[in-house]
Design a protein around this ligand. Structure first.
Ligand code: SAH
Ligand code: SF4
Length: 355
């Protein structure tokens, strides 16, 4: 008896891999462009819809591949218009994406891992521990799902990789997904400058990112000295502040762009006048803009957000030192859609007590 064919998710293929696969069946390379267009621009969920392909090609594809689709498990709407989507993946694990309305467009915040291994002390996702990397398909499906939504998400122009997980710890899949996201001929046609990847600071991969892509870089610095950063972010023991500043100084920054430095403000931990001065000095050699993110409290953390006055004093010191500084109030706080609160409401299990 013929063994049942294990099918692959076609959304995990790069254009080159599909071309190579088609060539095994003597199918011409330009067909791959048609297929990709169906998958990404028209969000086809069935090979039969690909009407400009011959029936035999459609059947061949369906015999070997399936088209990955999440199940949308829940959607929550915040008072400020932010929408949080909870998706179930094939293995039952759940991840979240957050759609943020801006004045003239939407920004989608996507996840790159289920859980996260980095263990940052302030972060809700960290408490899940690391579950697994998302595949290229799972990263892209979060965007495809938005395009399937019936309303005006056509104005989705900006993507931020700031959801669950550390994108640079899942480098290959993230890079492949970014390639499709920005591909004008085969992919989703997003401009690199409209995509921002946020990292906790996996230094060697930051160099790679600058060489391999044209997306914006955001670095979660969160402290201006190693002692504080070691305590908040274990990754700092591997790649300390100096190594992080070095990669920022040498980053392949495109003209007119700046690195976003994210700095969570936590009461009594990193919010003093001295901290602001240290931060100013540290960032001097870097083309940076600073986002101050008041800590978002959650049930797994004792930390608190500083008073508004403390935040403004901190901001003013940076402004006096000629930095562009925004206070980023997290959107969607009432539905736990804010930074560091994504947790997939998974598996109905409690935190396993990891840091
Ligand atoms: N792993 C990546 C991207 C996901 S975290 C990173 O760490 O950069 C996205 C952002 O949320 C980071 O800047 C992180 O510092 C911030 N964040 C995490 N927990 C938070 C919390 N409780 N309050 C405010 N911001 C938080
Ligand atoms: Fe992971 Fe980022 Fe949360 Fe740190 S802040 S645990 S790197 S998701």
């Amino acid at each position: 008896m013929k063994p049942t064919q294990v099918k692959d998710d076609i959304l995990n293929l790069s254009p080159d891999r599909l071309i190579e696969w088609l060539s095994r069946y003597d199918i011409r390379p330009y067909r791959s462009r048609q297929i990709f267009k169906w998958l990404y621009m028209r969000q086809a969920d069935d090979f039969d819809r690909m009407t400009d392909l011959g029936k035999s090609v459609r059947e061949l594809l369906a015999e070997h591949f399936y088209i990955g689709r999440f199940e949308k498990v829940a959607e929550e709407l915040s008072a400020d218009g932010t929408r949080k989507f909870l998706f179930r993946m094939n293995d039952g694990r759940r991840i979240e994406s957050v759609l943020i309305p801006e004045k003239s467009h939407y920004t989608l915040c996507i996840s790159t891992q289920a859980g996260c291994a980095q263990g940052c002390r302030f972060c809700r996702t960290a408490h899940l521990g690391f579950e697994r990397n998302l595949t290229q398909s799972e990263i892209l499906q979060q965007i495809l799902q938005m395009k399937i939504e019936p309303d005006d998400t056509k104005r989705l122009t900006n993507i931020v990789l700031m959801g669950m997980g550390e994108p640079l710890a899942n480098y290959e899949n993230v890079l492949n997904a970014l390639n499709i996201l920005t591909n004008n001929e085969y992919g989703l046609k997003f401009a690199g400058r409209r995509i921002t990847l946020s990292t906790s600071g996996i230094v060697p991969r930051i160099y790679d990112l600058g060489a391999d892509t044209a997306v914006n870089l955001a670095v979660s610095l969160n402290a201006a000295d190693d002692r504080t950063r070691n305590m908040l972010m274990p990754i700092n023991r591997k790649y300390n502040i100096e190594s992080l500043m070095e990669v920022c100084r040498n980053y392949n920054l495109r003209p007119h762009r700046r690195i976003t430095i994210e700095y969570i403000m936590i009461k009594g931990i990193n919010d003093s006048v001295l901290d602001a001065k240290k931060l100013s000095k540290l960032l001097r050699p870097i083309r940076a803009k600073i986002n101050l993110i008041p800590f978002n409290s959650h049930d797994k953390s004792q930390f608190e957000r500083p008073s508004q006055k403390t935040i403004e004093t901190f901001q003013n010191i940076l402004i006096d030192n000629h930095y562009t500084v925004m206070i980023r109030e997290s959107k969607g706080r009432d539905i736990s859609a804010a930074c560091g609160q994504l947790q997939g409401k998974t598996q109905d299990r409690d935190s396993i007590g990891r840091a």
